[in-house]
Design a protein around this ligand. Structure first.
Ligand SMILES: *Cc1c(COP(=O)(O)O)cnc(C)c1O
Length: 396
């Protein structure tokens, strides 16, 4: 038996002593939930994204649900999102009672295809469009926003992968989640994401009305705002003015989030460094594998490092998928745990059953056949990276 090499997952958190101290200090304080750490964490998110407001919630999925509710999605309403994403992007529309319409991706970037989006919008009056910043590269928000404005839809940027990323438009640089070209953005703080609160998420916006609505929806639809209340019996008084949820993030989690946010620049820099190391190694294997193309004009924050197998001349998609499986198994053999992001949403049985799988998705299917996400997280060493490259070089 050889020595078992340490496990290398595709992503994982990095919790340091100061993060732990921050949570312990919070535990000893007066506030476990609904206290000052929430607003402080939200402030850090505003500083990082450039958005005016941030509303911290219990998960990225909760953020998507609330953003859809705040955008007015209700029974029968249509919302569009990418076919290559985590199912939560589409489920937010469904929780609000709406009908998701899935849009094919550009197989080279795995980002929503703006041309296909434009075609699918014909004859629709959608409430929301939810582009996904897949892998950490920002979707073409300026063009998507222009299409959305024409049909009166609200753009919710799913920035769960792209905290710390930037994109340029007309010579100016904007941050993912900053809402320069979207009415709302959503973030996730799941442990595989850039910074973590265990579970957690947030909605960003520059719109004070959306902000007020989101704050209300996060806490049962309850308000203490005199403008919103019909009467006022005294200082204890509040009113439930709509049906909201309890989607709060705790002060314990926010204390961790505040500590983690201080490290975001370092974490993103390290992710980019590792991505460049992979890129350099795979350049020599360009006839066999190719890294996912980062959309021109965006600087990815690399939530994922996706590698694609290059189809051989005349090779079928099934054969590419078989080779991807072999590469996946070879990595597993070496105690490396890659992942595949994502199974196209239109192939999920629950979406098929509910009638949400219509459309043609040749881009997504082509992309899915040959993609694999390699380990990428800030605590990875250069040697870890080289270990992954070795298996790819031997196998792909
Ligand atoms: C992680 C993620 C979410 C939200 O997930 P939570 O686990 O609920 O925080 C949403 N969209 C995408 C694309 C994601 O990767």
């Amino acid at each position: 038996m050889g020595v078992v090499k340490p496990m290398l997952p595709y992503g994982r958190q990095w919790i340091e002593d100061d993060d732990i101290e921050a949570v312990v200090a919070q535990l000893k304080s007066d506030w476990l939930t609904q206290g000052p750490a929430v607003a402080e964490f939200e402030k850090a998110l505003c500083v990082a994204t450039g958005a005016k407001f941030a509303v911290a919630v219990s998960s990225g999925t909760a953020a998507l649900h609330l953003a859809c509710l705040a955008a007015g999605v209700g029974p029968g309403d249509v919302g569009l999102t990418s076919d290559i994403t985590f199912v939560a992007s589409a489920n937010g529309i469904r929780y609000a009672g709406g009908k998701p319409v899935l849009v094919d991706v550009d197989p080279v970037t795995a980002l929503i295809s703006v041309e296909t989006l434009e075609a699918r919008l014909r004859g629709l009056k959608p409430k929301v469009i939810i582009p996904v910043d897949f892998s950490g590269a920002v979707a073409d928000l300026p063009r998507i926003r222009a299409l959305a404005d024409k049909v009166g839809a609200i753009v919710i940027e799913d920035a769960a992968h792209s905290l710390g990323a930037t994109y340029t438009h007309e010579g100016k640089t904007f941050s993912a989640g900053g809402c320069a070209h979207a009415q709302m953005g959503i973030l996730s703080f799941h442990p595989v994401k850039h910074v973590t609160t265990g579970e957690g998420g947030a909605i960003t916006t520059n719109d004070p009305a959306l902000h007020a609505r989101l704050m209300e929806l996060r806490t049962h639809g309850i308000t203490k705002d005199a403008q919103r209340m019909g009467k006022n019996d005294g200082p204890w008084y509040y009113e439930q003015v709509e049906l909201g949820l309890n989607y709060r993030l705790t002060d314990l989690q926010c204390a961790l989030g505040i500590s983690q946010m201080k490290k975001l620049p370092r974490f993103v820099a390290r992710r980019r460094e590792l991505a460049r190391r992979y890129d350099a190694a795979f350049a020599a294997l360009a006839d066999r594998v190719v890294p996912l193309t980062v959309r021109a004009g965006t600087e990815s924050s690399y939530h994922l490092y996706v590698l694609n197998l290059v189809p051989r001349k005349g090779e079928s998609m099934a054969s590419v998928a078989e080779r991807r499986r072999a590469l996946y198994m070879a990595l597993r053999e070496d105690n490396i745990l890659p992942q595949v992001h994502y199974i196209p949403v239109h192939q999920q049985p629950d979406f098929i059953r509910a009638g949400f799988s219509d459309g043609s998705f040749s881009g997504a299917e082509r992309y899915y056949a040959g993609c694999i996400s390699l380990p990428l997280f800030p605590r990875m060493t250069d040697e870890d990276c080289d270990r992954v490259v070795d298996v790819v070089r031997r196998t792909a």
